[in-house]
Design a protein around this ligand. Structure first.
Ligand code: DC
Length: 202
């Protein structure tokens, strides 16, 4: 039987960590849908047309190195505003969501557009400042030093683009459980998410 958990929220709010923990706890498959847009963005930075890149996306593209850089993140956010790019990625995400055994998908439009019928929906967010601090730490640890001001500006630019676009803008889905991680430890955010999903499965 399929069971879908839709987890949406802005960049660096802790969605990835929460999604992986929820998937592991309930034995569900996990898809980070941002990787699809990052893979398209990376191909565009290499000179491809965005729509052609989205239509030709292959599983191997999701595993290439260099998808986590700030340049690829910004390009992903730009290609994600193109309706034909989004349309090309819908079927793959919906098929994943309905796989036997259940799935967790995280992104920006999972509960609103991709799986409005998901059995559990969460919206995971945090203040832009807290998200920038966390992203800076990740970048430094991954060997991409940056300044806090630049990272905060990047977070805000991506928030604005992801929230203000006409097609599938970032919004909490109706009925989504709202988790603000600004003042929460990872463990506390994960506990809340697991409790919300457990309630939906009961
Ligand atoms: O979650 P992320 O930071 O890896 O996502 C990269 C970009 O991809 C993000 O800025 C917007 C876009 N995206 C989207 O539009 N819809 C999704 N479901 C996931 C990501």
């Amino acid at each position: 039987m399929s069971f879908t958990v839709a987890i949406d929220g802005p960049a660096a709010a802790g969605k990835g960590t929460v999604s992986r923990a929820v998937a592991a706890h309930f034995g569900l498959a996990h898809l980070d849908t941002g990787v699809l847009y990052r893979a398209v963005g990376k191909r565009v930075l290499a000179g491809e047309d965005p729509v052609a890149a989205a239509c030709a996306l292959r599983a191997e593209d999701l595993e290439v190195a260099g998808l986590r850089t700030p340049e690829v993140a910004q390009e992903a956010s730009k290609v994600a505003a193109i309706p034909q790019v989004r349309a090309a990625l819908v079927d793959f995400q919906r098929a994943f969501a309905r796989r036997a055994g259940g799935a967790v998908l995280d992104g920006r439009d999972i509960g609103t557009v991709i799986c409005p019928e998901a059995e559990a929906k969460l919206f995971v967010t945090a203040s832009a400042e807290r998200r920038a601090e966390r992203r800076l730490k990740e970048l430094v640890e991954a060997g991409h030093p940056a300044s806090y001001e630049n990272v905060l500006a990047d977070v805000r630019a991506r928030d604005a683009r992801d929230t203000d676009r006409a097609e599938a803008p970032l919004r909490p889905a109706p009925g989504a459980v709202y988790i603000d991680t600004s003042e929460l430890t990872i463990a506390a955010a994960v506990d809340r998410a697991i409790a919300a999903v457990a309630a939906a499965r009961a």
